[in-house]
Design a protein around this ligand. Structure first.
Ligand SMILES: Nc1ncnc2c1ncn2[C@@H]1O[C@H](COP(=O)(O)OP(=O)(O)OP(=O)(O)O)[C@@H](O)[C@H]1O
Ligand SMILES: [Mg+2]
Length: 349
């Protein structure tokens, strides 16, 4: 049975079409991987499913009910929980209190006492029982990610929207988190997982949907999607490089190098994480390198791609380049190399 149906959803920010007529369905109890290059519209689609944005066109149906345009708290009450791309726990509150909040405002409308019990169970199932009384601000990145997941799961969701939960984790933490996702699925929770770590998303997903420029460009099993030239081209950007990549995949000969020419790297059509795409689709566990862009004063945000974020190898993120959104061209430039929060964005990604 289809638990969530996204039907022709379009979201605009002024002249920019962030999601462009996207349609797909998610089967109950499945894990759906939602992938696409930076700025493809993945987070915006989550924001639309859970009611942060009202779509300009289209319909979202959850368990047979039209939830288009409902407010986030109304969507949460119906059983849709969200783990955000940028985790922002209530730093001064204990981990237990953070997760209790999720249980209080979730599907079951629990009393504080019952919510606390659920929160304790969630903390312990995510290996955070020892940290229950610690202020959330004291946790490290991996623990904050688990806390975010615990808070979402404490809402007892039927559908979990997990946005880049694996970003910033080391290979061992990624493996542990994938185990967690499998357990979540065993409990019957449906998951939509946005992820850039291809080996991870291909490993746990039953099906994969690929967005590019807000449009769905592919959908299928992980194997189908990995071999789809449109998907490879969306990541690599150049049909010739994509063809070489495909040949290499078939022969397993030495890997083609990502584009290096400065002129190509600086053109709008190629200004994105192509090297990451190439390596990501190679699905090599343990090959992750990070690009830590400075995104806000005093704050670093890691962009955990499967490879570096610059066509010239390790280098600073182009996302720090100040350009205003408004056209597809500037969209490419602002959101290219890593998924940093946008300047002027009012909502939480
Ligand atoms: N509130 C907003 N105002 C203006 N533009 C926005 C807003 N939110 C998103 N965008 C733009 O919409 C496009 C899609 O952004 P979105 O965050 O959904 O991409 P994404 O696929 O999640 O990317 P990433 O993988 O980098 O997280 C981008 O060009 C982004 O700059
Ligand atoms: Mg995003």
């Amino acid at each position: 049975m289809t638990i969530l149906a996204v039907d022709g959803v379009t979201v605009r920010f002024g002249g920019l079409v962030a999601v462009d007529g996207a349609s797909f369905g998610v089967e109950e109890g499945a894990i759906l991987g939602l992938i696409g290059p930076n700025g493809a519209g993945k987070t915006t689609l989550f924001n639309t499913i859970n009611g942060v944005y009202r779509p300009r066109a289209g319909r979202i149906t959850f368990k047979g009910e039209d939830i288009t345009g409902l407010r986030p708290f109304q969507v949460a009450r119906r059983g849709v929980a969200r783990a955000h791309q940028v985790v922002r726990p209530l730093n001064d509150l204990s981990c237990l209190a953070n997760v209790t909040v999720g249980a209080c405002f979730g599907r079951e409308n629990l009393s504080l006492r019952a919510a606390t019990t659920v929160a304790e169970e969630m903390l312990s199932s995510l290996g955070l029982a020892q940290k229950a009384e610690l202020p959330a601000g004291k946790l490290n990145v991996a623990e904050k990610k688990r806390l975010e997941l615990a808070r979402a799961l404490a809402a007892k969701p039927l559908l979990l929207l997990a946005d880049e939960v694996l970003a910033g984790l080391n290979p061992q933490e990624v493996a542990e988190m994938l185990g967690t996702f499998r357990r979540i699925k065993e409990r019957g929770v449906t998951v939509i997982m946005i992820e850039h770590l291809m080996h991870a998303v291909m490993n746990v997903s039953d099906r994969v949907v690929v967005l590019d420029y807000g449009k769905k460009i592919a959908e299928g099993t992980p194997a189908e999607v990995q071999n789809d030239p449109k998907v490879i081209e969306a990541y690599l950007g150049d049909p010739k490089v994509a063809a070489r990549f495909l040949e290499e995949g078939a022969s397993d000969s030495p890997r083609p190098q990502p584009p290096r020419s400065p002129s190509r790297a600086s053109s709008p059509a190629t200004a994105r994480c192509r090297s990451s795409g190439a390596r990501a689709l190679r699905s090599r566990p343990g090959s992750s390198r990070r690009c830590s862009a400075r995104t806000a004063p005093g704050r670093r945000r890691s962009c955990a791609r499967s490879w570096g974020c610059s066509p010239r190898g390790r280098g600073p993120c182009a996302s720090t380049t100040a350009t205003s959104p408004g056209s597809p061209r500037t969209r490419r430039r602002t959101s290219a190399w890593c998924s940093s929060p946008r300047a002027g964005s009012s909502s939480r990604p």
